[in-house]
Design a protein around this ligand. Structure first.
Ligand code: EPU
Length: 328
């Protein structure tokens, strides 16, 4: 069903150059796992001002909107997404404040505030922060996705949640399209969650409060984390990161499970290498599903359901997907 008329497209071109507007754009080109049918209309924004104006236009026309960041944690339906898909490329990144005397790469200031727009690639933010001699984000070197997605989902490495370093988030109110500032407390960060999953407010930019430290040592730490991930995860094949959330500690205790890791349990259940169509449970890490080429969203859904059923019958617990299904 078409929701965006020729008139609507024309209005879009008053905000964004027509070279950045595409009709029926295959979303498989924009997701890490290389899955997804067409976006009715995909528009690429490069500034938060454009994001705000495009969103207001969508509100005025009652177009459904989906914001695509890095496309690393989503499974887009084979039927695609109707309405407007906004590909976020707003990527300004800067130091906005510090306490004490700040010299790049030196331990002079005690705290530094970095501001990143939502389309900044998280890995770029991490590299920039380490290069500036800042400490805190090194856990996230090499993680896929953008700042907007990382905030929405409170990305994590082990016990380190990215939200712990966020001091403030600038969002667009989903219902009114008006800008508002959210404090750390208002973001309600938890494991794999933030308040944005309920409000659907759009991230414009986020501020990170970081400490200064020794640059060389921080690079070494970061590289070790990234290496560790590369050695245990199938990063060379198209994937969507971890498919399931790990289990809460109280469930692990109650059911006397050997481990909270979903990957560990799926592996123990003997499911590595199991396939539906061209989607396979990775041989390297069982909480990853890899696309062997031409895999479909429906195959992922079927494989997810198969895993949930098997784990439920074997361990009596229900795994919850960590990836987001989107589209028609
Ligand atoms: N393990 C297995 N077999 C497997 C996978 C894991 O035996 O197929 C074992 C490992 O050997 C280890 C334990 O299970 O003893 C835990 O594995 P791992 O260290 O890989 O951690 P995880 O709990 O499976 C979590 C996050 C990952 C994150 C890693 C960083 C969740 C759901 N997963 O995985 O996050 O990269 O820690 O170590 O929280 C993601 O969010 O997309 C993601 C991949």
């Amino acid at each position: 069903m078409k929701t965006i008329t020729a008139q609507g497209l024309k209005q879009l071109t008053t905000i964004v150059a027509s070279s950045r507007i595409r009709v029926a754009e295959p979303l498989s080109k924009h997701t890490y796992i290389k899955i997804g049918g067409p976006a009715e209309v995909l528009v690429e924004i490069t500034t938060t001002e454009e994001l705000s104006r495009v969103y207001s236009l969508a509100l005025a026309n009652s177009w459904p909107v989906f914001i695509l960041g890095g496309g690393s944690n989503v499974i887009v339906s084979d039927k695609g997404i109707s309405g407007l898909v906004i590909k976020n490329r707003a990527d300004k990144l800067r130091i906005v404040n510090f306490k004490g005397v700040y010299t790049k790469g030196q331990v002079a200031a005690s705290k530094v505030v970095l501001e990143a727009e939502s389309g900044v690639v998280t890995n770029q933010l991490v590299r920039f922060s380490i290069d500036q001699g800042l400490v805190g984000l090194e856990y996230f070197l090499g993680i896929p996705g953008t700042v907007g997605g990382a905030i929405y989902n409170n990305s994590h490495y082990r016990q380190q949640l990215i939200g712990n370093f966020v001091s403030q988030v600038n969002v667009l109110d989903a219902t009114t399209g008006v800008k508002k500032l959210m404090s750390h407390a208002e973001m309600n960060f938890g494991y794999d969650t933030s308040v944005l999953q309920q409000t659907k407010d759009l991230v414009l930019s986020a501020r990170f409060l970081l400490s200064t430290g020794e640059k060389q040592a921080t690079w070494e730490k970061a590289t070790a984390f990234a290496k560790q991930r590369a050695s245990s995860q199938p990063l060379s094949l198209p994937n969507s990161g971890c498919i399931f959330k790990n289990l809460p500690e109280e469930v692990v205790k109650k059911k006397a499970l050997p481990n909270a890791s979903a990957g560990y349990l799926i592996d123990l259940a003997g499911l590595k290498g199991v396939k539906v169509g061209q989607i396979m449970i990775s041989e390297k890490h069982a909480n990853f599903m890899v696309n062997l080429g031409g895999g479909k969203a429906q195959d992922v859904v079927d494989l997810v359901n198969l895993v949930i059923k098997k784990i439920k019958s074997k361990y009596g617990v229900t795994l919850e997907p960590e990836v987001f299904y989107v589209g028609d």
